[in-house]
Design a protein around this ligand. Sequence first.
Ligand SMILES: NC(=O)c1ccc[n+]([C@@H]2O[C@H](COP(=O)([O-])OP(=O)(O)OC[C@H]3O[C@@H](n4cnc5c(N)ncnc54)[C@H](OP(=O)(O)O)[C@@H]3O)[C@@H](O)[C@H]2O)c1
Length: 286
Amino acid sequence: MITLSAKPVTEEIRKHLEYRAEKFHQKYTRRPRLAVVLIGNNPASVIYTKKKGEGAVSVGIEHETLNFPETATPAEVQNAVQRLNEDPTIDGILIQRPLPPGFSEDEVLYWVSPEKDVDAFHPQTVGKLVLGLPGLQPCTPAGVMELLKFYKINLAGRLACVIGRSAIVGKPMAMMLLQANATVIQCHSKTPNLRSLTSQAEILVVAAGKPTLVDSSFIREGAAVVDVGIHRTTDGKIIGDVVFNDVAKKAGALTPVPGGVGPMTISVLLTNTLYAAEHRMGDSSR
Ligand SMILES: NC(=O)c1ccc[n+]([C@@H]2O[C@H](COP(=O)([O-])OP(=O)(O)OC[C@H]3O[C@@H](n4cnc5c(N)ncnc54)[C@H](OP(=O)(O)O)[C@@H]3O)[C@@H](O)[C@H]2O)c1
């Protein structure tokens, strides 16, 4: 069983990003810049925001965090995002989720201009992905694709299954696997006989957000299994949607949690920021 650890992949991506960020700096005499908008002080969001900022700095991308109090109105935040959209020194913008009560996800999706939309949530960005056009990539599913590529997990002509159909993980994940010529089964909470489908899959991506949902009875012998889930147990341990020790006995490859999909997500966010910066300046590398 191969453990699909993010470490060697993120190291490789990091070196490449450092090189590109330096090249950008020399050419345009400024660094690419990422703005993170954080509303309220949800502890997990505060940690994620900090990690994104540290990741940016580590590859030579500048960053700033705009921290709004939980009491900020949607109009206040939207105006600030609009200023960032218009600021020529800002290349990438992301609004940290979850949004506090009073903010409508359906409206916020449109706030960040598509060219700076490094989370790839804007409907226009999603449309490009569906059409297979070049552009910014949704961070978590693109991170999964990078991981599979690095470990040479073939996708073309193989049967893949995705558990989950959220807009940020499940749906774009299925779309990317399809574009890589896998045959894709997409499951969700209303799917009957989940096991009968997942146990056929040569590649299984689990993004249900349900701790320990998937044990070895869901797995085809030798399958590559990707665990997107992240949960903190009452004793402070980080676990996924997959029972690692049990599934490891049957799978051919499996991501650890932590140390699997999570770090990949940040790597793609930084890749998107550089892409957005280069693209805005007229350079295009993707
Ligand atoms: N590693 C990372 O960087 C990263 C990034 C994002 C998310 N995550 C984690 O990934 C997990 C999923 O995130 P998300 O945002 O996609 O969650 P989400 O919006 O809650 O979506 C979960 C999806 O799973 C489906 N589902 C739930 N229970 C199921 C079950 N018992 N059987 C089959 N399908 C089931 C749901 O179906 P319905 O549509 O029918 O409700 C839904 O489509 C969470 O643990 C989250 O923390 C990790």
